[in-house]
Design a protein around this ligand. Structure first.
Ligand code: MN
Length: 488
């Protein structure tokens, strides 16, 4: 299992010496209370540490240098308790290389109308400090996040929590390593891209291997290991031989287990956390990896088919952000086009991510009309429902573009007993017709990463962190805006 690294966020509070030591003591106390309360009750994915008060340029620079240097620190949350003259933030903010959230909150929720005096105002002037500090971030083009509201408010806390997940993904992105078995599928355009640029902009390492390297690793797998995993399957899945001879079924499933163990071992040795396969490049393999891929997806490995390394890396990235929940590689396959009931059926030829499963997966062996190999084993299940996002990344030659489409995954209209793969059904925003049009105009690929655990805003926040062009297709999208933006 690929565990998310332990990370923490530093809380840095803007203030100044103008109002004396007593005021600073109060600021420090308030800051600690907020941090303790957030850690205790805000359901945050990572811990916040109250680092210090920022009252001088030297102090701020010292903190930011340490943030950059320490691997465990994923980002900085700043709060302007009192007015914080922002020239002192310039040097430190300029060198900060990690995500920054400006928490525009105030210690007290209400204005004490009857008792408020100038002393109160001088201590509680976040409104003032937020603007001074925001100006410097805007001028430095910091691409920081701004969250506004009372810090005990659950909705406000959720926005902080959502951002922390994205920031952790940003940090983890530097460690995404994709192993590609074979090249891209021949003749396919959208899966191509500039790997050097991807490494510069997103931190992704993409390494090529011949499929023979995997076959060699599979040859080392012992029959005992295979049998042991097969026994575990009996609890985890429904073993469904269907019309197959039981001995043939078991042999085919065990061949996928051999691929799985070989793959995992290969990836672990090279420290890879994502991979691609290509059904055109299977020399020495008996089956296309299906069940094997799905089992590794369940452990957190990013994946995409047909050599699509961009989508595989993106899959791993979103799996970090979601802690590997309801997130995986997906392909737009088939439409339901009856008016008012339009939807898209998503699947792949085998490798649909089991983190989407809403029922106990079945292990099934069926022929595959593609790749010209033996009948592969795969997990079949129905997908989950709920709101989510489909994401596609494309290389336009001049720059990368990220397309982010809000969606709602829904129940299929009917069972699909003859469909030999796992599947999901969804409706894109703002509605099916406009959503699909916008996606096509913007050049979005057929391969996507779908997640039911992130919002459009979270994926957009990541695109801002890495300076990536984002096309958002959601409930507010006007088709003409998309066309204007993408054809200028
Ligand atoms: Mn595909």
């Amino acid at each position: 299992m690929l565990e998310n690294k332990k990370m923490e966020f530093w809380f840095v509070v803007g203030s100044q010496h103008l109002y004396g030591e007593d005021a600073l003591k109060e600021v420090r106390k308030n800051s600690q209370t907020i941090v303790d309360e957030l850690n205790k009750s805000a359901k945050l994915p990572y811990k916040i540490i109250f680092k210090d008060l920022a009252t001088s340029a030297d102090k701020i620079k010292e903190i930011m240098k340490e943030v950059n240097y320490r691997d465990e620190v994923a980002g900085v949350i700043t709060w302007m308790h009192t007015f914080s003259p922002a020239k002192m933030w310039i040097a430190g903010t300029k060198i900060l290389q990690k995500p920054l959230l400006h928490f525009a909150t105030q210690y007290n929720e209400n204005i004490p109308w009857k008792t408020i005096d100038m002393d109160y105002m001088n201590l509680h002037q976040s409104a003032h400090g937020d603007r001074e500090y925001g100006f410097i971030n805007a001028r430095l083009k910091k691409h920081n996040k701004v969250v506004v509201g009372y810090w005990k408010d659950k909705e406000v806390q959720k926005q902080v929590s959502d951002w922390m997940k994205v920031a952790a993904g940003y940090i983890a992105s530097e460690s995404i390593k994709v192993a590609r078995f074979g090249d891209n599928m021949r003749n396919v355009a959208v899966t191509e891209g500039d790997k050097v640029e991807a490494q510069i902009q997103f931190g992704w390492t993409v390494d090529y291997f011949g499929i023979g390297d995997l076959v060699a690793e599979m040859d080392k797998v012992s029959q005992d290991e295979i049998n042991k995993t097969y026994e575990e399957f009996k609890d985890l899945y429904i073993l469904d031989p269907g019309e197959n001879d039981p001995a043939f079924y078991e042999k085919q499933v065990k061949e996928q287990i051999k691929i799985e163990i070989g793959l995992r071992s290969f990836l672990e040795k090279g420290n890879y956390n994502a991979f691609t396969t290509n059904f055109e490049d299977l020399y020495g393999m008996k089956q296309l990896p299906g069940l094997a891929v799905q089992r590794l997806n369940a452990e957190g490995y990013g994946f995409a088919g047909e050599g699509d390394w961009k989508t595989a890396a993106l899959d791993r990235l979103l799996k970090v952000m979601t802690n590997n929940t309801k997130t995986g590689f997906m392909e737009d396959y088939t439409y339901e086009l009856s008016r008012g009931n339009e939807k898209a059926l998503g699947a792949h030829m085998l490798e649909v991510d089991p983190t989407f499963a809403s029922d106990k997966p079945k292990v099934v062996v069926k022929p595959l009309g593609i790749g010209d190999k033996e009948d592969p084993a795969r997990l079949i299940f129905n997908g989950s429902t709920g709101k989510g996002v489909a994401v596609s990344m494309l290389d336009l030659g001049t720059h990368y573009r990220l397309i982010i489409n809000g969606l709602t995954a829904v129940e299929p209209d009917e069972d699909m007993p003859n469909l030999p793969v796992a599947k999901m059904v969804w409706k894109p925003e703002p509605n099916f017709i406009e959503g699909v049009k916008a996606w096509i105009y913007a050049g979005g690929g057929h391969h996507t990463v779908v997640t039911l655990e992130l919002t459009v805003e979270q994926v957009y926040d990541w695109s801002r962190m890495v300076g990536l062009e984002a096309v958002i297709i959601d409930k507010d999208t006007k088709l003409r805006d998309i066309i204007n933006m993408t054809t200028k």
